[in-house]
Design a protein around this ligand. Structure first.
Ligand SMILES: *[C@@H]1O[C@H](CO)[C@@H](O)[C@H](O)[C@H]1NC(C)=O
Ligand SMILES: *[C@@H]1O[C@H](CO)[C@@H](O)[C@H](O)[C@H]1NC(C)=O
Ligand SMILES: *[C@@H]1O[C@H](CO)[C@@H](O)[C@H](O)[C@H]1NC(C)=O
Length: 401
């Protein structure tokens, strides 16, 4: 992380690249692609911008699809936004590569990112705005953005690509969805997937279950000064202030670890770092970080554990309900790596591959991919995105567009 910061400071003293100042949709247009902004408001009142690249630059169509462009829907991970799929050059970044391959590309965003800061009742300064976890990302943002894309295009199903938490929210969604909903997902490509952890990952595993429970109560009651977890992008002094209390410092370092501290730079193009760092990291909620900590404790996906009494009120049972990935029938394909130190290979094999049923159809164990490489690594274009495109072409050839 220090290395990143130094690079960042070095970069920020030089003149800004134009890409650093553009939001996702303007950046897409800057590279000459058609782009649309869509606003999806969830049943619980959050509005997020979803970007769409309806076709590639040469307007190619897929053989066997006549005029239809099948949808590929991307969802980003923790501390990221849809920009994750745009950071490299158009010939390398998945959003552009898929558009040029004949797909209708949709880029989802969850609440709390810079594309999800609006609520029908709450202001983003209001603590109640930040009263959500990854379950809400899954149940509201992800579900409704997918339903919106299908409705808007008149299509019945789509292909889904998620990275990291972007896989977790889909695992959670499919675990609680009936077969009709699951049919909306034609193939689920899970990059750096996670649905629980066996191996401890500091600092997520620092807090004891009981203490974690207490903190969650505090946050829910608004007694904790419920706040966004946000790593200020430019001002280190703000960072120091924010992280100065002992508890927040754990969250802060969690953020840094997830962001990059745990990992070497892998295959990331260092010349793109100023652009990457001007759009990353995004914010999440304290409560979501606590939910992640619980996922580490339980080694499986569950709704947020509120403690027996509140669980009874919220869920009608004393234990937080399990989100059972054994229920998944949507066809799922995993991409993971021994060199990914966040979504560890052991966890993928011991949790996802053992708990999933017939939904799991293929898995690929890649060499030398760090966690972020799946989304922004330079080898990902040839070793992940193009194979996914060919896999989808094969599916279309076999079962129609
Ligand atoms: C979100 O809120 C901001 C500030 O209140 C406003 O400028 C913007 O238009 C809103 N966006 C949407 C999509 O409602
Ligand atoms: C957060 O949501 C829970 C359950 O929906 C509610 O009981 C609690 O009062 C909310 N807290 C805040 C600070 O909005
Ligand atoms: C890395 O990014 C720079 C700046 O955008 C670009 O000129 C260069 O071609 C990229 N390198 C590779 C190997 O893609």
């Amino acid at each position: 992380m220090i290395a990143l910061l130094i690079l960042f400071l070095a970069a920020s003293s030089a003149t800004k690249e134009i890409e650093e100042t553009l939001d996702a949709a303007d950046y897409i247009a800057y590279y000459g692609y058609p782009v649309e902004r869509h606003y999806v408001t969830t049943d619980d009142g959050y509005t997020s911008e979803v970007q769409r690249i309806p076709s590639g630059r040469d307007e190619r169509l897929i053989e066997g699809c006549s005029k239809k462009r099948p949808i590929v829907f991307f969802m980003h991970g923790l501390f990221a936004s849809s920009y994750l799929y745009l950071f490299n050059l158009p010939s390398q970044s998945p959003a552009f590569v898929f558009a040029d391959a004949g797909f209708d590309v949709w880029l989802g965003n969850v609440r709390g990112t810079e594309y999800g800061m609006n609520h029908t009742k709450f202001d983003a300064k209001d603590p109640s705005f930040w009263n959500f976890t990854l379950y809400d990302y899954s149940h509201y943002d992800l579900r409704q953005q997918i339903e919106y894309a299908l409705e808007e295009t008149g299509q019945e199903s789509l292909f889904y690509v998620g990275h990291s938490q972007g896989t977790t929210v889909m695992f959670a969604r499919l675990a609680e969805a009936d077969a009709t909903w699951q049919n909306k997902i034609r193939l689920f490509f899970a990059l750096g997937p996670t649905a629980g952890f066996l191996k401890p990952l500091m600092p997520f595993t620092l807090l004891e279950k009981g203490l974690l429970q207490k903190l969650i109560q505090y946050v829910l009651d608004g007694r904790f000064g419920i706040q966004p977890v946000q790593i200020p992008k430019t001002l280190l002094s703000h960072l120091a202030d924010f992280c100065s209390s002992p508890f927040l410092s754990h969250l802060c370092s969690a953020g840094f670890h997830i962001a990059s501290g745990l990992e070497k730079l892998g295959q990331v193009n260092a010349s793109r770092l100023p652009i990457i760092l001007s759009h990353f990291p995004s914010a999440t909620s304290t409560l979501n970080m606590l939910h992640w900590m619980q996922i580490f404790k339980y080694h499986e996906l569950r709704r947020l554990d509120l403690g027996a009494e509140r669980n009874m009120i919220a869920y009608g049972q004393e234990e937080a309900p399990k989100l059972d990935i054994g229920n998944i029938v949507a066809q799922t394909i995993l991409y993971f790596s021994k060199d990914d130190r966040i979504t560890d290979e052991v966890d993928v094999r011991e949790i996802i591959m053992k708990q999933m049923g017939p939904g799991l159809i293929e898995n690929y164990d890649l060499d030398h991919f760090t966690h972020s490489d799946f989304a922004i690594g330079l080898r990902a274009t040839d070793e992940v995105y193009k194979p996914i495109i060919y896999r989808i072409y094969k599916e279309i050839q076999k079962n129609g567009c």
